[in-house]
Design a protein. Structure first.
Ligand SMILES: *Cc1c(COP(=O)(O)O)cnc(C)c1O
Length: 467
């Protein structure tokens, strides 16, 4: 029996959601080209497509919105955000951006160029896309265990220092403008990096004059895992551990739509004053003036308040426990899930669930479509479709992990909703033999194809043999 403590919040405002019939959902998924991303949200009952920007804001965040200073230049709300970032993440220079990828775009433009190389712990789609757009080649230097869905390694987000060393020797430190590490690693299933490993990565990189930038979108969840799992950190607060994670790094690019408990926004935090000036100059062209970066003043207020709430121990314990509860229910029912459960998501091993669907017919995408039809629950593929094509060869990448990701929005769903999700996934798993066909592209966009791709069942009319 999995324990589940009462959520540390109560509901002050409600948003109606509705269940639909299976016949309605079959029509909807066909109209969406079998891609749950192209569904109308109204046709989804429980939406676990992403935890990004789907957070419920607190009463304090809503009241903070009213304090938003919408001055074009030098708004008070900018200084409130700057102060929150300095206090909780420790970076002296703060540049607001409209969301995480805005920060990735401008930092990549500042640092990268043709012929450069960027090592990282696995990859994030938008991060790698901007690195490649600026001519760099991305290299995955994560530990091997990250690619193994059943490995119980407590820090599957750790960098393999030997792989990093080997890359530095192979291409030379001069060709590596930065190391790009994430905490937690989304594509591995929300897996954390340890403080010890991140510190060692920074020492190694700095010894070669290479700066390290942290993707800190989910660094609070990462800090929670450090507190639970890394020897020596159990007595420290999540706020202290967050500082320890950021301390050895040279900067961070952050989407405030994740741990920041906001619906939109982001920021870049930096230590080097010259680099901060260059980033501000780029921000001016692509985001907005350096004191708003594409956000309204009220957004910056909501993020500042969200940052303070994110490190509250009650909040983060409850948040991760809800994800763990979903994972435990699936695991106890025999559904193959990535272990250990991540901070923001549970990932179903689609290749293990649908071994009869060839990898070329995208078992993860197929399972995502099937879950929607059966239960009205929306997840997202994290496998071959998301991995895209190698920009040089044009070949499909075939990642080791072929997953269906169920990402849980923060403070949005109750245990009953989570039970409905679990029941639906278990039903799909029990009836997996009825899924007789995978999917092939009918429209394949050139970049970040998973968002807008359309598919058709490879074996005829439907992915279900009988429906
Ligand atoms: C969401 C996310 C991004 C991109 O941020 P957006 O706000 O969606 O643009 C980058 N890295 C990670 C790890 C993320 O989860």
């Amino acid at each position: 029996m999995t324990t589940y403590e009462p959520e540390p919040w109560r509901i002050k405002m409600v948003e109606p959601i509705r269940a639909t019939t299976r016949a309605h959902r079959e029509r909807a998924i066909r109209a969406a080209g079998w891609n749950p991303c192209l569904l109308r949200a109204e046709d989804v009952h429980i939406d676990l497509f992403t935890d990004s920007g789907t957070n419920a804001m607190s009463d304090r965040q809503w009241s903070a919105l009213m304090r938003g200073d919408e001055a074009y230049a030098g708004a008070r709300s900018f200084y409130v955000l700057e102060q929150a970032v300095r206090e909780h993440y420790g970076y002296p220079h703060v540049v607001p951006v409209h969301q995480g990828r805005g920060g990735e775009a401008i930092l990549s433009r500042c640092l990268l160029g043709p012929g450069t190389h960027v090592p990282g712990n696995m990859y994030f789609p938008t991060t790698r896309a901007h690195q490649e757009l600026n001519g760099a080649t991305f290299h995955d230097v994560i530990v091997d265990e990250a690619h193994d869905p059943v490995s119980e390694h407590p820090f599957k987000g750790d960098v393999d220092l030997d792989k990093l060393r080997a890359l530095v020797e192979e291409v030379g430190a001069d060709a590596i403008p930065c190391v790009s590490v994430a905490a937690t690693v989304n594509m591995a299933g929300g897996q954390p990096i340890s403080v010890g490993n991140l510190t060692a990565v920074c020492e190694l990189a700095h010894a070669h004059g290479i700066p390290v930038f942290l993707d800190a979108a989910r660094a609070v969840e990462n800090a929670w895992f450090v507190k639970q799992r890394e020897p020596g950190w159990g007595d420290k607060s999540v706020a202290e551990i967050l500082h320890a994670l950021c301390a050895p790094t040279d900067g961070a690019v952050v989407s405030a739509k994740k741990d920041g408990l906001a619906n939109i926004g982001g920021w870049v935090g930096l230590r080097d004053a010259d680099l901060a000036d260059r980033v501000r100059a780029e921000a001016l062209l692509y985001e907005g003036l350096h004191t708003y970066g594409g956000m309204a003043g009220r957004d910056m207020e909501a993020i500042a308040q969200g940052i303070a709430e994110s490190v509250d121990e009650e909040h983060i314990r409850s948040r991760v426990a809800q994800v763990e509860y979903l994972g435990a229910r699936l695991r106890n029912a025999g559904v193959p899930v990535v272990r250990p459960f991540g901070g923001h998501c549970v990932c179903v091993d689609a290749a293990a669930t649908l071994p009869h669907i060839p990898r070329g017919q995208f078992p993860g995408q197929t399972l995502a479509a099937a879950l929607y039809v059966v239960g009205g629950v929306r997840g997202v593929e994290r496998g071959g479709v998301s991995a895209g094509r190698d920009p040089r060869t044009g070949d499909n990448r075939t990642p080791a992990l072929e997953l269906l990701r169920l990402a849980v929005p923060r403070r949005v769903y109750t245990r009953c909703h989570i039970d409905h999700v679990a029941d639906s996934v278990i039903k799909v798993h029990q009836e997996r033999e009825e899924i007789t066909s995978g999917l092939v592209f009918s429209h394949e966009p050139p970049v970040l194809r998973f968002f807008q791709a359309r598919f058709a069942p490879a074996g005829g009319e439907s992915i279900f043999g009988r429906s």
